[in-house]
Design a protein around this ligand. Sequence first.
Ligand SMILES: C=C(O[C@@H]1C=C(C(=O)O)C=C[C@H]1O)C(=O)O
Length: 280
Amino acid sequence: MKESTLLMGKIDYINASPVYYGLDNGLLPDWIKMVPSPPAVLNGMIRDGKIAMSPVSSAFYGMNHKELLILPDLSISSHGDVMSVVLMSNYPLDDLHGRNIMLTRESATSVCLVKLIMAQKQMVPEYRTGKLKCIEDVPEDVDAAMIIGDAAMTQPWESRFKYRFDLGQVWHKATGLPFVYALWVVQKKYAQQHPHAVAAALDLFYQSRRMGYDHIRQVIKKGAQKLNLEESYVDRYFKGLICDLDAPKIKGLTYFFDSLYRHGIFSEKVDVQFFAPYLK
Ligand SMILES: C=C(O[C@@H]1C=C(C(=O)O)C=C[C@H]1O)C(=O)O
């Protein structure tokens, strides 16, 4: 990585587009370079040190919390329905024991969430991971499929599956808490060596998001055009998808990590640590 350039991941779904609005419209300085990819690819890139700062799956943070710091007040979360994280199934949620569940290879958080929901119901399905971008990707013997991002909202999954479970809603019904799918993180080492660059990048994100919500009609219009969806649908999507990280979301996040540990899906407890630019 070049000293002066901060390589930064960007999720290539529309979900975080309000956060990127300002950066996409003039705020991006020449010392930051964006690398757009699906979440699981960004998880791998930050683990391998190819990028220093990125949105990542919250579960990936949980599994790598010793090497990473969370950037305050940024996330991809929902308080109930999320619309773009779904379990499509030919069986009710309580009838998946021993069935074949396919999990999209683009996710880490939602994979853990499905495993947690199943463990809590004392069901043991057969899991496999693979490409789930379009309806043709679903193998014949699959009973349920977990899909995230734009593909969850744009493919005719109902033509292959009987039920659609919104996992944000399943979580909220069970816990009463918000759910945090993604966090913005920085490598601890990079933050120690370049605290001012990280603080400056963080300020740009806050500005960029403020601009996004000030121009939310444009964000909605662009998202609807990109995915060929009704604007009213995308409007509803951005009303349910929240990009801050307040105390209730941190509570939902820690409850998720603790539950994963209790059910043996995580091998150790997660210590949630933030980058604190103004405390030094
Ligand atoms: C809400 C979403 O949350 C996402 C789910 C992720 C995961 O399951 O690992 C990671 C990042 C987010 O993009 C979505 O994909 O639409």
